[in-house]
Write a protein that binds this ligand. Structure first.
Ligand code: HEC
Length: 281
């Protein structure tokens, strides 16, 4: 009897999930909660309608949904803010992370529909392809809130399936030092992940458009620091044919950020991995 009941319940749940897509919430990998779109739409006090300038097609769109910050409060309680980063998983394989601080300062909405549409209007990408951003699309109020345009962390993941609270150390086990030693190094690591890790690896973790910067010799061991700062800010002023892009020009406190990136690189000198780990990457 019990067995039949369980069978029935799991059948009922799967049918329900089929009707209303669900969003999974995790804390350090563990599932904390799953919410259906219907359940999210019932968070009445937190529902908003916002018009945004959508970066995909550069057109104005009006979306309905729940404020991201309110949703995180609801699911995790207020202490979600102690986590370093919020990670999103989507059904197209994109896995962006946004620092908690940026999430709090921006005005994000987990939209569940576009106003006046059943679901979402498809978006046309620059290559002409059409994408349905639903069932859950993170948008940022960027018309009144200019910061949302200025903060390069505030990406717009669509087809979101999971939202996870996690930490830098957990997500970046090899490129995070055991001890940051200073706030500058911590900030430098954030900036490094934002601007550099897509092209460079640290201990084998990251992109390989440019060279590995830590192992076996850390870049601060063979570059003079003032030259390093100059190179990062403007590579072509040091090497005429450099294929590296200059450090993001619109970043606030650009020079201090370059210094903090170098600080992070210097801390990594004492956090080298063993060769066998690097070779697996
Ligand atoms: C678009 C890819 C790309 C990005 C983004 C990028 N780099 Fe580079 N970087 C390169 C390439 C390619 C080289 C190889 C040398 C060259 O072309 O000048 C390089 C070289 C370097 C070097 C010299 C290494 C050596 O041993 O001579 C340093 C240091 C460096 N990058 C740091 C950074 C930092 C810090 C950032 C982030 C602020 C960054 N890079 C962002 C592609 C990139």
């Amino acid at each position: 009897m019990q067995f039949i009941l369980i069978l029935f319940l799991s059948f009922a749940t799967s049918v329900y999930a089929g009707e209303s897509p669900t969003l999974t919430f995790r804390k350090n990998g563990e599932v904390v909660r799953m919410l259906s779109r219907d359940a999210i739409n019932q968070l009445k006090e937190e529902i908003r309608i916002v018009t945004v300038d959508n970066p995909t097609d550069s057109k104005l769109h009006t979306y309905e949904g729940v404020l991201l910050v309110a949703l995180l409060d609801q699911v995790f309680g207020k202490d979600w803010k102690v986590f370093d980063i919020v990670k999103f998983k989507t059904s197209d394989g994109y896995q962006p992370v946004i620092p908690t601080e940026s999430v709090m300062k921006g005005c994000g909405l987990i939209s569940t529909a576009e106003k006046g549409f059943q679901g979402f209007q498809k978006l046309q990408r620059i290559n002409g392809e059409f994408v349905d951003p639903g069932p859950f699309f993170l948008v940022w109020e960027n018309i009144n809130n200019i910061r949302s345009k200025e903060d390069p962390w505030l990406c717009w993941p669509w087809q979101i399936t999971e939202i996870e609270l996690t930490s830098i150390a957990r997500e970046y086990p090899r490129s995070a030092p055991r001890d940051f030693k200073s706030n500058a190094a911590r900030e430098g690591f954030l900036a490094f992940r934002q601007h550099c890790i897509k092209c460079h690896s640290i201990n084998g973790e990251g992109g390989n458009v440019g060279p590995e910067l830590n192992y076996p010799t850390n870049v601060t061991e063979y570059w003079k620091e003032d030259w390093l700062a100059r190179f990062i800010a403007d590579p072509q002023s040091v090497r005429a044919n450099s294929r590296m892009v200059p450090f993001y020009r619109d970043v606030k406190d650009r020079q201090e950020t370059v210094v903090s990136i170098i600080e992070y690189l210097r801390v990594m000198k004492d956090n080298k991995i063993q060769g066998s780990v690097l070779n697996k990457n």
